[in-house]
Ligand binder design. Structure first.
Ligand code: ST9
Ligand code: ZN
Ligand code: ZN
Length: 332
């Protein structure tokens, strides 16, 4: 047997590591399964949505203008808590944030109440690692309803729990800001998500408690459904300029609702990009502007991105030819 030169050894090691990684990634797409319905969730989600629909009616009939404006502001803050916080900062480490920004994002994230950020990140990292298989918590091969909200109304698939154990969460568990949120999640959510947004309009501009509560419900379900659309619509409909072999797609309507999270074909191919969108594509991307602002004052740093050359090469190699931004024509 030929002795290996020192330069060759690491290459072999790398190949072995990739094979193991590949084996781990083989999860069933959508095997036969029994759905164990969680009736408590069915009731709470049902109530939230009915109350939110009534809140929408009140917005057009009796709510004060300040209440509607306040709901838009809280929607924006909560959305940023998910997109800039749970998603780009904590799930993907696409940039770093100093303590004051982390505290702001954790508070905004609580306003959105989508479980604790730690749980959110665990599900989301799993979603990226096993996209659209039974190990993905919101497996889109099971259709729109399941990936949108159905997955939150039933017990998780055993593949999710089994393969979830392979996700490295050490950075999350050692983060004191997130440990605080997880530890006090119940009183913190009652206060930040429901109580404060309801009583502020009552005390500051004499809104009725009845209206304020239902508009708060509207704001909350609007945030939930915007996020859910990334898992459902942006995994089912849209162009695939970067990888035609995966389900995530570019969906402008979802980007509008989620402040820049609908460029989902790009995001699944380059998840570490802090913009979650193509180079130069800042359209419908309030989240990127938010991070850019905090980078400007020095609270956000180490922003990660992807070179134009890499994006164009990938587009040519695995894209569906839709060439949305015209880069495929670039001479590189
Ligand atoms: C809400 C929705 O919170 C939150 C998710 C939103 C969507 C996120 C994805 C977004 C992607 C988009 C990307 C772009 C960003 C866009 C932003 C746009 C704005 N790994 O969960 P349990 C194990 S709704 C490893 O109870 P069940 C673990 O041992 C509102 N292990 O499973 C765990 O124990 P522990 C409020 C895992 O019993 C144990 O299983 N929230 C994993 O099957 C039990 O976990 C609600 O209403 C994993 N990934 O129940 C709650 N997962 O935690 C809704 C589980 O102690 N959820 N394990 O380690 C529930 O009630 C339940 O989770 C359930 C499943 C009924 C759905
Ligand atoms: Zn996705
Ligand atoms: Zn992601």
């Amino acid at each position: 047997m030929c002795p290996k030169s020192p330069e060759q050894a690491p290459v072999v090691e790398e190949r072995e590591e990739k094979t193991v990684e590949f084996e781990k990634l083989v999860a069933p797409l959508a095997g036969p399964r029994k759905f164990n319905i969680v009736y408590f969730n069915l009731l709470t989600f049902g109530y939230w949505h009915l109350a939110g629909a009534y809140g929408l009616y009140l917005c057009f009939t009796s709510a004060k203008f300040a209440t509607v404006l306040f709901a838009i502001l809280t929607y924006t803050a909560a959305e940023i808590g998910i997109t800039a916080g749970a998603h780009r900062l904590w799930s993907h480490k696409a940039y770093k944030a100093k303590l004051p920004l982390q505290i702001i994002l954790m508070t905004f994230n609580t306003l959105a109440f989508q479980n604790s950020a730690i749980e959110w990140v665990r599900d989301h990292r799993l979603h990226h690692k096993y996209s659209d298989t039974d190990a993905d918590p919101h497996n889109a091969t099971r259709g729109f309803f399941y990936s949108h909200v159905g997955w939150l109304l039933v017990r998780k698939h055993s593949e999710v729990k089994k393969r979830g154990k392979t996700i490295d969460m050490s950075d999350m568990y050692s983060n004191p800001v997130l440990a605080f949120q997880k530890r006090y999640i119940v009183p913190w959510v009652i206060l930040v998500t429901f109580l404060l947004p309801t009583i502020i309009p009552v005390y500051l501009w004499n809104e009725s408690l009845w209206t304020s509560w239902h508009v708060t419900m509207l704001r909350y379900v609007a945030n939930l459904n915007a996020t859910f659309l990334v898992n459902s619509a942006a995994h089912l409909w849209g162009y695939k300029p970067y990888d035609k072999n995966i389900m995530p797609a570019q969906n402008i309507s979802v980007s509008l609702a989620t402040f820049g999270e609908g460029f989902h074909n790009y995001h699944h191919v380059f998840p570490w990009d802090y913009k979650a969108a193509e180079l130069g594509n800042n359209r419908y991307n309030l989240t990127t502007k938010f991070i850019d602002f905090f980078a400007w004052i020095g609270w956000a740093y180490d922003l990660k991105s992807v070179s134009e050359e890499l994006v164009v090469n990938r587009m040519r190699r695995t894209g569906d030819g839709s060439n949305l931004w015209g880069w495929g024509d670039k001479d590189m």
